[in-house]
Ligand binder design. Sequence first.
Ligand code: TRH
Length: 388
Amino acid sequence: MRSESCDIFCNVIDNYGDIGVCWRLARQLAHEHGLAVRLWVDDLGSLAKLCPEADAARDVQQCRGVEVRHWIKPFPEVQPAKLVIEAFACKLPQSYLEAMAAQQRSVWINLEYLSAEDWVHGCHGLPSPHPNLPLTRYFFFPGFTSQTGGLLLECDLFARRDAFQNDAARQQAFWQSFGMDMPSAETLKISLFGYENDALAGLFDVWASGAQPVLCLVPEGRILPQAGQYFGATAPRAGSSYARGNLQVRVLPFVEQERYDELLWVCDVNYVRGEDSCVRAQWAAKPFVWQIYPQHDAVHWDKLQAFLNLYCAPIGAAAGQAMQELWRAWNSGGGAGQAWSVFIEMRGELELHAQQWARQLAANNLALNLLDFSQKIGRMRALKIEGQ
Ligand code: TRH
């Protein structure tokens, strides 16, 4: 039997990754597993960007089968759910913790950030007793191997992706919805979602002077000012279009999560950032370039390399090296133009690998693993109580 209710707590620090993951998980637990999910989020405006029907001014609302609650202070008196998910070690309200301790019916999980590093294997599933309440929190790590909690993947995503990619009319409608014609077959379509990046101009130079037409789609966001600057534009915004040589850049609005998937599916190469868009690019099964979320102490380089080691292990040396060089250049802010020319030569091999990788990873489903794990913890606790 599954836990039938679930509270997910999300503290939005910056960007869209935290709420992006929580919103995806909330919908999956509600739609695919029938849980009554409450999503507590302290910044409803960020959720509204991913799901435009969410009303940032409403403290309580139903959104696509999920009860969305504004996480405010003081925290209201509520009955804790059976499954309590604290996303990325956000701190649960004291009154909620006390209610959990009094009732002893919740399984409390801290959903961690995604990493391909080896240490995750030893930490996934570990318990952490609360210092002064009779509660235990369990660490749940997403990841790329069977010793981790896996990745978020909707059960119908691959079928939807394949149907979309085989349906010219739907693709046509996709382009038209952005006021564009379907690009020619010879045009290389690239989505570019990123943070500020000094490597951008070099990349644009190579695309502008290359033999193949490139259409680069830039969603509104942190890299956009630099994309505009390249063309001498001071206020680029959704709908703006710029061209130089063989490069055309089109600015897209920030779209809801499902449409962002479609953008990844129509493109030939995807530049992604952070955590969730990186996973979605892997499900899109196209060659991709990851700009990792930069951390002050530069530990993100270890994280980037750990993923590259895993991802590139099954591919040929030349393709692997091309990918590593472009990713390192893109993340270090220089040399991405040169590295691109080698990378794109390897496109065929990288695309085949991307397809195999997606199929292989799909077997390790985070939502299923999370439910199995919480069920196991619940059973262990019941046995312990019986034995007392
Ligand atoms: O927004 P991000 O940079 O989030 C980051 C990372 O998650 C990082 O790990 C975290 O520590 C930091 O925030 C605080 O990148 P990410 O994770 O890819 O999240 C973007 C979300 O936005 C993702 O769910 C996809 C979604 N998205 C849309 O829904 N529509 C869009 O048009 C675009 C471009 C993205």
